[in-house]
Ligand binder design. Structure first.
Ligand SMILES: NC(=O)c1ccc[n+]([C@@H]2O[C@H](COP(=O)([O-])OP(=O)(O)OC[C@H]3O[C@@H](n4cnc5c(N)ncnc54)[C@H](O)[C@@H]3O)[C@@H](O)[C@H]2O)c1
Length: 336
């Protein structure tokens, strides 16, 4: 199978490409990435000379360049990870979120139609459902719930989902969508909660926690997200949405304390800061559909996943260092 993976140099895309190359020795990857601040060519550099891996530096909003990829390579499936993904940045500057997350998806969908690609999988998020109250632990997002977004980020992701469903209905485009909870693991850009806190704690810097820290997220180890996407791409039903979650709800403050304990650092490093505007209180996801219909279930429990993650960041200080000093942007030898 030849996969065109967009956003492959970001956190989840990188882990997904590694997963496919490991699990399917015959498969090939065309990794397409604009290399924004969040895209890191270091992530997959070791595959530069692997015949199964090709990198193309392309913006998914650039229709001509995207069509040219489909003219050049014979593609079996497209998985769209490319996105602006940081909620705080979407609050400061929504426009680029609308461009990449909506127009970029539209360009890809048009290409899928034009070149009769057999599968387009859209990586969405549980944030499209809005949030849940803290005092109703019985409530969890279901696939047939309506869209109720809180941030420009989630609104742009929800718009892309609606476009995918409209293309399926109008043109018969072979789409599937997955909506996943918060991921953690290696290669996550250190602006997101877990790598940010690991990094700051290691440097004995103060750890900024929004509001009262009681906001709850459902955390899933990134490789479990990858195995779920793989199941959907190969076995999922066209036109369907699949929720993916770890059934592992933790408040932000709990996460920060777990990290401090693992690194043997004092809780006095925690500093509560002004809350994010519109901050969602709780996400919880019912992933019964993918478990029952496609036989997926997460393999990594949070206790071992978070230890592996902390170890990875401790053992790869040069990865973080090259981000912090900007060296990671000076890419060489890029095939394009
Ligand atoms: N991280 C999570 O916890 C999480 C949870 C659920 C869903 N998601 C979704 O998963 C996807 C990947 O998330 P992530 O955390 O890996 O994000 P990320 O920010 O780490 O990576 C995004 C990648 O997309 C690339 N990109 C951005 N704009 C582009 C464009 N116009 N053209 C081509 N490439 C472009 C970036 O260079 C980067 O490599 C996103 O769609 C996100 O909405 C993430």
């Amino acid at each position: 199978m030849r996969h065109l993976i967009t956003g492959g140099e970001g956190f989840i895309g990188t882990n997904y490409i590694r997963y496919i190359l490991k699990m399917y020795p015959e498969d090939e990857i065309i990794c397409v990435d604009k290399l924004t601040y969040a895209g890191n060519y270091d992530n997959l550099k070791e595959f530069e000379n692997d015949g199964r891996f090709t990198f193309e530096q392309v913006d998914i909003c650039d229709r001509k360049a995207v069509y040219s990829l489909f003219e050049t390579y014979s593609i079996d499936c497209v998985v769209n990870f490319a996105a602006e993904s940081h909620v705080d940045r979407s609050i400061e500057n929504p426009e680029i979120f609308l461009k990449t997350n909506i127009i970029g998806t539209e360009v890809l969908l048009d290409a899928v139609n034009k070149y009769a690609i057999k599968r387009f999988h859209q990586i969405s998020t549980d944030e499209v459902y809005g949030d849940l109250p803290l005092d109703r632990p019985d409530l969890k997002f279901e696939e047939d719930w309506g869209i109720k977004t809180s941030s420009p980020y989630s609104a742009s992701k929800a718009s892309a989902d609606l476009l995918c469903l409209a293309y399926f209905r109008t043109y018969g485009t072979p789409v599937t969508i997955s909506r996943c909870s918060n991921n953690y693991g290696p290669y996550q850009f250190p602006e997101k909660l877990i790598p940010l806190m690991i990094e700051k704690a290691q440097r004995n810097e103060s750890l900024p926690v929004y509001g009262d820290g009681k906001n709850i997220r459902d955390w899933l180890y990134v490789e479990d997200h990858c195995s779920a996407i793989d199941k959907i791409v190969r076995l999922g039903k066209i036109g369907e949405i699949y929720n993916i979650g770890g059934n592992n709800e933790k408040s932000n403050i709990e996460i920060v304390k777990i990290i401090l304990e693992a690194l043997k650092k004092p809780e006095s490093l925690i500093t509560f800061v002004k809350d994010r505007p519109g901050h969602d209180r709780r996400y919880a996801i019912n992933s019964g559909k993918i478990q029952n219909e496609l036989g997926w279930k997460p393999q990594t429990d949070f206790e071992s996943g978070i230890q592996q993650t902390i170890e990875w960041y401790k053992n790869n200080p040069q990865w973080i260092e090259r981000i912090l000093n900007g060296e990671y942007k000076k890419i060489r030898g890029v095939k394009s």
